[in-house]
Design a binder for this molecule. Structure first.
Ligand SMILES: Nc1ccn([C@@H]2O[C@H](COP(=O)(O)OP(=O)(O)OP(=O)(O)O)[C@@H](O)[C@H]2O)c(=O)n1
Ligand SMILES: C[C@](O)(CO)[C@H](O)COP(=O)(O)O
Length: 229
């Protein structure tokens, strides 16, 4: 399976002075953990890392440290995640018919999750990893008054990997650009184009490291996983 890793963000909500994917979690950068997990999966055969040019020297050092036995391509990202993935899709090898897209910031996804998504993508044209929400969710208006409480049994929190047939996802991105759609994940483009997206059970620990507290939670999970005290 071909894998695109959007890693071209700035980490504004993390408040760090650099791309948050360069921050260390134990002895390795966030991007390093993400790459190590993808590299340990049985199904990933190629990785495209989408980043800002200024980060490429650091990204190259991280790739060397993780010593992956896979072809790696560096792809220049855009101003939004949507644009970055668009650029990634243009840079896929011509033989790539299906692709997984996985946020660099979801550095705790396990190799098994990549493999389960790859397997599931053999029989559907679009999928996402997601987990049922645990909280009661409120729809709130601009004045902070609740408008609705949707049935939680139908609510799932979207994660990555998200996987798609490449020609269909390219078409959805083109349409989105043409019509000015602004979305936070690739599944949303598929949905707006009326295409089906299947949900694959994600992982509760597959958090997106977004704010400083997520870094602490991620470190706790990693220590438990690696049995480090
Ligand atoms: N222009 C962008 C923006 C985001 N991303 C990537 O998309 C993933 C999810 O984005 P998010 O966690 O929001 O990262 P940032 O954009 O870096 O964070 P923030 O929104 O707080 O600035 C991250 O792996 C990030 O690097 C990207 O490739 N290109
Ligand atoms: C793709 C994603 O990780 C699914 O949860 C998320 O939508 C990324 O969006 P963000 O706005 O960059 O957090």
């Amino acid at each position: 399976m071909y894998l695109l890793i959007p890693a071209a963000g700035s980490g504004r909500r993390m408040g760090a002075s650099c791309n948050k994917l360069l921050l260390k979690l134990l002895d390795r950068s966030l991007l390093g953990w993400t790459l190590a997990s993808a590299g340990a999966s049985k199904s990933i055969i190629w990785i495209g890392i989408i980043g800002q040019t200024a980060d490429f020297p650091d990204f190259k050092a991280i790739v060397d440290e993780v010593s992956l036995n896979l072809p790696i391509k560096f792809i220049i990202g855009g101003e939004t995640r949507q644009e970055s993935v668009y650029n990634g899709l243009q840079a896929l090898p011509p033989e790539a018919d299906r692709v997984l897209i996985h946020d660099g910031a979801r550095c705790l996804a396990t190799p098994d999750l990549f493999d389960r998504c790859t397997k599931a993508l053999e029989s559907v044209s679009g999928l996402i990893a997601a987990i049922p929400v645990k909280d009661t969710i409120k729809i709130v208006d601009g004045n902070n008054f609740i408008q609705d409480t949707p049935d939680r049994r139908q609510l799932w929190a979207a994660q990555t990997p998200q996987g798609f047939e490449v020609p269909l996802l390219r078409e959805c991105h083109e349409k989105g650009r043409h019509l000015g759609w602004d979305v936070t994940d690739d599944a949303a483009l598929f949905e707006r184009c009326g295409l089906p997206v299947q949900v694959v059970e994600g992982e509760e620990t597959n958090l997106k490291v977004t704010t400083p507290v997520d870094l602490q939670i991620a470190e706790f999970i990693l220590r438990e996983r690696l049995a480090i005290t």
